[in-house]
Design a protein around this ligand. Structure first.
Ligand SMILES: C[S@@+](CC[C@H](N)C(=O)[O-])C[C@H]1O[C@@H](n2cnc3c(N)ncnc32)[C@H](O)[C@@H]1O
Length: 377
């Protein structure tokens, strides 16, 4: 224990210009994690201590030497990040072992400003530990190269949510994620509401794969994300959460899984929908020639793209018919994902007829799952 305090005294208190951050984690105490960073307030260098308790984060700005009063021994992992190296203490059998990692590139520019400018809601280097476990960030907070596109997608997704929610005052929110997969988005949406907006969030992710569901539940538990739960459920046939729901989200939920998500929202009059559809085969496989648009079906590639756009147009028309104000947004650049259309809906009005879709189906004889689900209810 003494070696930890001595190190923090020599490397942080007596060498503060070299200090980047301190992270205490892995504990049985109520404060699941503590992060300390230097901060300048009114020209004075202080330390900002961030304490993560249950779903809340508490901040305190203190004099530099107060860092020595933290309860280091309660934490199994202690990371001291300096400009040129990381010093890591890991506790085993009540003793700390020390490891030093030299940084390849010296991190010479550290932003000490209280109101540093951010380009995204979540930036490289931000302390979102679940994203490290999920493999989006490295331990040093850098974006893992192969996950850059995913990072762009999930960040943009929460920015679009933020556009709607930054002006909405709410104490609590309940969200379902259809086809959450590894749940990068689900974790980030949870982080957004709980850590950034300070709103109590209950988020449920559904997926078919039990191994990813188990892993996501483990990660949620590790970080004390008590409002975040994952279930193995087939959204096409299993019974899902039936309490009050504020929002459904889906990101690339395969083929007709998106239709089941939209159907669920329509039937339960869920106020907000943020859905980015994925591959869509149904219309492409069932559509027959029958009218003025037959030239679109001569070539496979054009037919496939036309069918995908028709699928989304029908989904949007159905949502509008059921009282949703809908925007169709190009949610990331095509280079980051070719499946880049987001359907964003807000329930505002009452129901209208589906005659435009009925006329199209009479002519072209295709099947479309959301239309079937709605018509057969
Ligand atoms: C392409 S992944 C997207 C995962 C995640 N939303 C993301 O964007 O990283 C689609 C996920 O939907 C899940 N899925 C497909 N059909 C489903 C169904 N009927 N019920 C639940 N999950 C489903 C798959 O298991 C898969 O994990």
């Amino acid at each position: 224990m003494e070696n930890v305090v001595k190190k923090i005294k020599s490397e942080v208190v007596e060498n503060i210009e070299n200090f980047v951050k301190l992270v205490l984690s892995e504990t049985k105490t109520e404060t699941k994690k503590i992060v300390v960073r230097p901060i300048i307030i009114k020209d004075k260098l202080l330390l900002q201590i961030e304490k993560y308790k249950k779903d809340k984060v508490y901040h305190e700005n203190v004099e530099v030497n107060k860092i020595l009063e933290l309860q280091f021994f309660d934490y199994k992992q202690i990371l001291i990040e300096l400009k040129d190296k990381n010093i890591i203490f890991s506790k085993k059998s009540n003793r700390y072992k020390q490891k030093i990692q030299l940084k390849e590139q010296v991190n010479s520019e550290i932003n000490l400003s209280h109101n540093k400018q951010k380009s995204y809601l979540i930036n490289e280097g931000d302390d979102v530990p679940a994203l490290v476990d999920l493999g989006i960030f490295t331990k040093e907070g850098k974006i893992v190269k192969s996950k850059y596109d995913k990072f762009k997608q999930i960040n943009r997704f929460i920015e679009i949510i933020d556009d709607v929610f930054k002006s909405i005052k709410k104490d609590e929110i309940t969200i379902l994620d259809f086809g959450c997969g590894k749940s990068y988005l689900t974790f980030l949406v949870y982080y957004y509401f709980v850590e950034i907006r300070k709103i109590k969030a209950n988020i449920i992710g559904y997926d078919l794969k039990s191994d990813v569901v188990d892993r996501c539940n483990d990660i949620a538990k590790t970080y004390g994300y008590s409002g975040l739960h994952f279930f193995v459920n087939d959204v096409k046939k299993d019974k899902l959460y039936e309490g009050d729901i504020d929002m459904i989200i889906s990101l690339h939920a395969c083929d007709t899984a998106t239709d089941y998500a939209l159907d669920y929202a329509i039937k339960r009059k869920i106020p907000y929908i943020f859905s980015v559809p994925c591959c869509q085969h149904e219309i492409n496989q069932t559509l027959k020639k029958g009218g003025d648009f037959d030239i679109m079906f001569e070539d496979g590639l054009i037919k496939e793209r036309f069918s995908a756009l028709l699928t989304d147009a029908i989904r949007v028309e159905i949502l509008r018919s059921y009282g949703y104000d809908v925007d169709v947004i190009e949610f990331v650049d095509f280079a980051h994902s070719p499946k880049n259309i987001m359907i964003r809906g807000k329930l505002t009005k009452s129901k209208k007829s589906l005659s435009k879709i009925e006329n199209l189906i009479k002519k072209y004889k295709f099947k479309q799952k959301l239309y079937e689900l709605i018509k057969n209810s």
